[in-house]
Design a protein around this ligand. Structure first.
Ligand SMILES: CC(C)(COP(=O)(O)OP(=O)(O)OC[C@H]1O[C@@H](n2cnc3c(N)ncnc32)[C@H](O)[C@@H]1OP(=O)(O)O)[C@@H](O)C(=O)NCCC(=O)NCCS
Length: 196
């Protein structure tokens, strides 16, 4: 099975495949972001250096087994967030996730990182749709999908209820097909690169 490029860039952001040498930078970014991660990211409530180490180790395994492709979001070589492409929605699909250090929000950088992932995801031979899922109480996440031209496809009551303290337990699913992205490709082509 094919893997995406390890280094991507789009406009003002560069993405690189997470590596163990990112441990200190990632740990610092998480510590400084906890207040705004805890409401939405279930893992953030029990966070520490060991968990960050385990996250990076899991990223290596998942990349090798082609289950998920996790990237650091960087700006001028500083780690400012995390994002990834995951094979969690069945054949032909990828879903993407993201978070940013709060100092770097409000500038379009998450949207740029997500655009890099979507462009790269659709270069994988078997991928015909990409989705973004978030809780209904988290419109900032949905706004990234909307800015990229994703269409809201469905809202699903989570059987297990809310997974993080800010959530209401309703999953909003946004979807983009390969054909829809192709129609937008001229808009993105000049701002995106992928290598390695
Ligand atoms: C979700 C999250 C990544 C969104 O971050 P964000 O900064 O709002 O998103 P972007 O980086 O795309 O920035 C968009 C903002 O920048 C502005 N902006 C400035 N320049 C821009 C540009 N060139 N392109 C797009 N937007 C731009 C937009 O108007 C928007 O501002 P607004 O929120 O006042 O409307 C962030 O809120 C976060 O990390 N939340 C915590 C974790 C989380 O919830 N993750 C998702 C779980 S599903």
């Amino acid at each position: 099975m094919e893997a995406p490029a390890e280094n991507l860039s789009y406009d003002q952001v560069a993405l690189h495949r997470w590596r163990m040498s990112d441990l200190d930078a990632l740990e610092q970014a998480i510590c400084e972001s906890l207040d705004h991660l805890v409401p939405w990211m279930p893992w953030a409530t029990a966070q520490g250096r060991q968990q960050t180490h385990d996250f990076l180790a899991r990223n290596q395994e998942e990349w090798e087994t082609r289950q998920a492709f996790g990237y650091a979001i960087t700006s001028d070589a500083a780690v400012i967030g995390s994002c990834g492409l995951m094979r969690r929605i069945g054949a032909g699909g990828l879903d993407i996730g993201y978070w940013l250090h709060p100092h770097w929000t409000g500038r379009g950088l998450a949207t740029m990182a997500a655009a890099a992932l979507v462009g790269q995801g659709f270069q994988l031979a078997d991928i015909d749709r990409i989705e973004i899922h978030h809780d209904a109480a988290n419109p900032a996440s949905g706004a990234v999908a909307r800015r990229l031209g994703f269409a809201e496809a469905e809202r699903i009551q989570a059987p297990e209820g809310p997974a993080a303290p800010g959530e209401v337990g309703i999953h909003v699913v946004w979807r983009m097909t390969a054909d829809e992205w192709k129609e937008r490709s001229a808009e993105h082509a000049q701002r995106a690169t992928g290598q390695g």
